[in-house]
Design a protein around this ligand. Structure first.
Ligand SMILES: C[S@@+](CC[C@H](N)C(=O)[O-])C[C@H]1O[C@@H](n2cnc3c(N)ncnc32)[C@H](O)[C@@H]1O
Length: 200
């Protein structure tokens, strides 16, 4: 059985204004670095309550939201009528499966540190992208382990940017670029967040 690590967080997830602002900045970076249009079908990996995808929805045709957590998906489902694009929610563990579909873009915010084998995940992304498809993946720079109050389901205390970029390169991605996108304010301090972009 799959463990829902976000079961106790889902309901209050969007009460944290700092978190909402942080994902807003990540969304701005996605909009700055990705060309989007209403014909596009995109995937948001680890979509959670939809904080990222709701900012991107007006600019694309259809979003496939992939998340393992039924409690987070439930909150997203309640937003589905007011997003400005079609929405499909898939409750799957993408570290153990793949989708037999191709996307024009794959976006993700703050999910890769929950993935043990990021190289395998980048390969998975590569296989699910259409030709010339593009990824935009945001996550934490290396931190001291204080970002989460408890670390169940956390496999990485952030990432070294070069190591992260190389994992994408090994998976076949080209034109890779990694830049600062946002910061996250938490009780224990402020944490930097990068965004990696690259194409198939
Ligand atoms: C920190 S939350 C980020 C949510 C959202 N992207 C945001 O920025 O607000 C991470 C999300 O990734 C999901 N997740 C973690 N591992 C996953 C996996 N293997 N497959 C699908 N979703 C996963 C969790 O359930 C959670 O909703």
């Amino acid at each position: 059985m799959t463990i829902d690590h976000f079961q106790h967080k889902a309901e209050n997830y969007e009460q944290d204004r700092n978190k909402v602002n942080t994902v807003g900045h990540i969304a701005n970076a996605v909009l700055k670095y990705l060309k989007l249009d209403k014909t596009m079908q995109i995937m948001d990996f680890g979509s959670g309550t939809g904080l990222l995808l709701e900012k991107i929805a007006p600019f694309v045709g259809r979003i496939t939201a992939v998340d393992i957590s039924s409690s987070m998906n439930k909150i997203l489902e309640d937003k589905s009528d007011n997003l400005g694009c079609e929405l499909e929610i898939l409750e799957i563990d993408l570290s153990k499966s793949s989708l037999d579909k191709k996307f024009d873009r794959i976006i993700s915010s703050m999910t890769m540190h929950h993935i043990e084998d990021i190289q395998k995940m980048f390969k998975n992304f590569y296989s699910m992208l259409s030709d010339n498809g593009v990824i935009a993946i945001a996550d934490l720079d290396i931190e001291d382990g204080s970002f989460h109050t408890q670390n169940t389901g956390v496999y990485h205390f952030g990432f070294d940017r070069e190591t992260f970029l190389n994992a994408a390169k090994q998976a076949g991605f080209k034109n890779l670029n990694i830049v600062s996108a946002a910061s996250a304010v938490r009780p224990n301090g402020e944490y930097n967040i990068f965004i990696l972009t690259g194409n198939k």
